[in-house]
Design a protein around this ligand. Structure first.
Ligand code: ARG
Length: 460
């Protein structure tokens, strides 16, 4: 059958495969609330501008409200023959209110309509994800507070490097999430201009008020160029970029959770709520949720790549290619949302094992830097030389199979005669950690101060 929207020009219907490749209703039905909100704003503006009568506007708005209620109640029948969300809604509006429905699309095209719907959806996604990132920060801050003084090894190259506190380590992720939220907020600010009223591509001859619809839909202003308004999806790219970076952060944290649960570490424990057993090995408690968060970053990165590739080389203005912007964006938003929820759940679920963490600091001569710093501070020798002296002490301890602090004073003095037994004070991990008082360092008091700052900055 001919299409109800452009049937004037077309006599016959679509091939079945054409319908399948062309239709977007399978996924763009998720835009129903945005589509209806945009249509209501557009209808009211048409009324105010005297383009559509007040009675018809009332009918249209009431009909749209009915449709919204039908969709939310699960009573709306989405039809693939009607291609997309716009035509499904308009067709139902026609059933409900008759010919007045046909006036809604005055001075509008599906090109500005979809640009609007999708942008509203991305904006909502940004807001929802911001809340979730904030919640993960809150969970991290609580755990960090409890462990501001819990000593653990800090690593470089996955080798014990210098002692830090668990709270300090967790706070690193609070900061990353703070920047992730900042990137989302930047994207939101830049995207917050309305494409509605660009019509197909050139604007319209009707006396519309784009400022009115922009304000009604919470935008700062209308977009300044109609061609740009219907062609660009950089707002989705910015969203996906921010989402990809955030998912990288989550994947690194997830990997650390996996490590911390692993044999040889056992720094933390997750309860049954966030682990799975093995079908054959009864002793197993696998951190599957963390592993999945680690994996799922790939989908978000993939989504960013997909959309970049869809848009690459696309001439202005609208091309149907752009319909392929939605699925990757939806998937990225869903995936990041799930990953954030799982991470917040795991952070609230985990218990740290301070004894195991401290025991791990015995390995790897973790206070070697403290020894070198002492030589610089106390004896005034250049750091480079102190590094060599310390290196020889480490080699000696390694040969003897003991800790640095277990070398005798005579053994240490053989490497530098100026060493006194005051050196033993700086070789303990607690002294090491407490001495890192530089701003942003791991000294427990500093960590507590940064936690207080972060609560103020991120949770207020
Ligand atoms: N379903 C389409 C999309 O998602 C809506 C816009 C259709 N516009 C057009 N000129 N065919 O992009």
């Amino acid at each position: 059958a001919a299409n109800p929207l452009w049937g004037g020009r077309f006599a016959a219907g679509h091939a079945a495969v054409m319908e399948r490749i062309n239709a977007s209703i399978g996924f763009d039905r998720r835009l129903y609330a945005q589509d209806i909100a945009g249509s209501k704003a557009h209808a009211r503006m048409l009324g105010k501008a005297g383009i559509v009568s007040a009675e018809d506007v009332e009918r249209i708005v009431a009909g749209l409200d009915t449709i919204l209620a039908e969709i939310e109640a699960g009573k709306f029948e989405f039809k693939i023959a009607l291609e997309d969300i716009h035509m499904n809604v308009e067709s139902r509006l026609t059933e409900l209110i008759g010919p007045a429905a046909g006036r809604l699309h005055t001075a509008r095209s599906r090109n500005d309509q979809i640009a609007l719907d999708f942008k509203l959806w991305v904006r909502d996604a940004v807001d929802g994800l911001d809340e979730q990132m904030k919640d993960l920060q809150a969970a991290l801050l609580d755990l960090a507070e409890r462990h501001a003084g819990t000593v653990m090894p800090g690593y470089t190259h996955l080798q014990a490097a210098q002692p830090v506190t668990f709270g300090h380590h967790l706070m690193a992720y609070v900061e990353m999430l703070g920047r992730d939220r900042g990137r989302m907020a930047d994207a939101r600010r830049r995207m917050n201009e309305s494409p509605l009223g660009a019509a197909a591509l050139a604007g319209t001859s009707f006396p519309i008020d784009r400022h009115m619809t922009a304000a009604a839909l919470g935008f700062d202003r209308p977009m300044a160029n109609s061609l740009d308004a219907v062609s660009d999806r950089d707002y989705a790219l910015e969203f996906l970029s921010a989402a990809a970076i955030a998912s990288i952060h989550l994947s690194r944290f997830a990997e650390e959770i996996v490590l911390w649960c692993a044999d040889g570490f056992k720094f933390i424990r997750l309860t049954d709520a966030y682990t799975t057993g093995s079908s054959i090995m009864p002793q197993k408690r696998n951190p599957d949720a963390a592993e999945l968060v680690r994996a799922k970053a790939g989908r978000v990165i993939g989504a960013l790549n997909s959309l970049l590739i869809v848009l690459k080389g696309l001439p202005l203005t609208y091309g149907k290619d752009m319909q392929d912007d939605k699925e990757p964006t939806f998937e990225a938003a869903d995936t990041l949302s799930l990953a954030l929820a799982a991470m917040a759940g795991m952070v609230r679920d985990m218990t740290a094992d301070p004894e195991r963490m401290r025991a791990a600091t015995d390995k790897g001569f973790i206070t070697a830097t403290d020894l070198a710093d002492w030589l610089v501070r106390t004896l005034g020798i250049p750091f480079r030389e102190a590094h060599h002296v310390t290196g020889r002490c480490v080699r000696k301890a390694e040969d003897r199979g003991c800790a640095l602090a277990e070398l005798s004073l005579a053994e240490l003095q053989a490497e530098h005669p100026g060493i006194t037994d005051a050196i033993y004070d700086v070789l303990t991990v607690d002294r090491s950690v407490a001495s890192r008082t530089s701003f942003g360092g791991t000294a427990p008091d500093g960590v507590r101060a940064r936690i207080a700052d972060a609560r103020e900055k991120y949770l207020a």
